[in-house]
Design a protein around this ligand. Structure first.
Ligand SMILES: Nc1ncnc2c1ncn2[C@@H]1O[C@H](COP(=O)(O)OP(=O)(O)OP(=O)(O)O)[C@@H](O)[C@H]1O
Length: 254
């Protein structure tokens, strides 16, 4: 669980985050949605300790980040899996080496132990047999699965995903969404996902936080997002044709 209390962040006199209160629940997919410039990335960077909040606290399972010593921050980093926008694989490393990278960075396991874990994770994301391929030799969806394998190889308690579906076709995007959700449930991970993708909201929106101008303007589930009368949310959500059609179908009782 990650609990955010009264989070403020400004750059010069531009207030970007303005008093955010939110709980990211363990074992759930927690989505952050909102227009471009609403503060999603700044929020994520505050949670990762890359930006220092001006005010407020971020607690990891009850412990405020600001009270972590350098050693504790390093320990926390081991418990965080990060799925970067675009995957961010190392082009010059094989699939196997990419996935092994966090184990080399953060553990002192023997190579044979690391290989066992890498193969276990690659099997889980259905990439068995691709160990020795280079990223350029596999599809975008497979690259994304390698990036997911790398993000979970060290058994993280927290998983941060920045636009996990960018650049993928809708079918592959759904496979990736479901994989992230299944891994979240199987491993009881606190998963935070920044997304623009309304398909993802429909697919895996177990908990949704809607940011508008740095304020947490609405929170709820994928079911509730269809029922809300909140104008800011409906304006944002129904700018998507897909949502418009689902809403119309619901109203017709289809
Ligand atoms: N390092 C920085 N210095 C100054 N201003 C910043 C910095 N990082 C972000 N901002 C400003 O904070 C605001 C929110 O940016 P942010 O990147 O969090 O938006 P976002 O919701 O993630 O947008 P997008 O969906 O386009 O990625 C923007 O006005 C941006 O210019």
């Amino acid at each position: 669980m990650i609990e955010v209390k009264n989070l403020h962040k400004a750059f010069n006199d531009q207030k970007v985050l303005n008093g955010i209160e939110y709980v990211f629940e363990r074992g759930k997919t927690n989505l952050i949605i909102g227009e471009s410039g609403s503060g999603k990335s700044v929020f994520l960077k505050c949670m990762l300790g890359l930006f220092k909040p001006d005010q407020g606290t971020i607690e990891y399972d009850g412990k405020p980040f600001s009270t972590f010593s350098d050693v504790e921050q390093r320990e926390l980093r081991k418990e965080i899996g990060m799925l970067f926008q675009g995957g961010a694989l190392f082009d010059s490393m094989t699939v196997e080496e990419n996935v092994m990278f966090p184990l080399k960075m953060f553990t002192r396991q023997k190579r044979s132990e690391m290989l066992n874990r890498v193969h276990e994770v690659l099997k889980r994301v259905n990439l068995e047999g691709n160990e020795n391929k280079m990223p350029s030799e596999i599809s975008g969806g497979m690259q994304k699965r390698v990036a997911i394998a790398r993000a979970i190889v060290n058994k993280p308690k927290y998983l941060f995903c920045d636009e996990p579906n960018s650049g993928l076709d809708p079918k592959t995007a759904t496979v990736i969404d479901n994989l992230i959700q299944d891994l979240t449930h199987e491993n009881d991970i606190t998963t935070v996902i920044i997304t623009h993708d309304m398909n993802s909201v429909l697919e895996i929106g177990e908990r949704i936080a809607f940011l508008k101008d740095g304020v947490l303007a609405w929170k709820g589930t994928k079911k509730e997002i269809f029922q809300t009368e909140d104008e800011a949310v409906t304006n944002f959500v129904y700018s998507s044709n897909l949502f418009q059609k689902v809403r119309e179908a619901q109203l017709k009782g289809l």
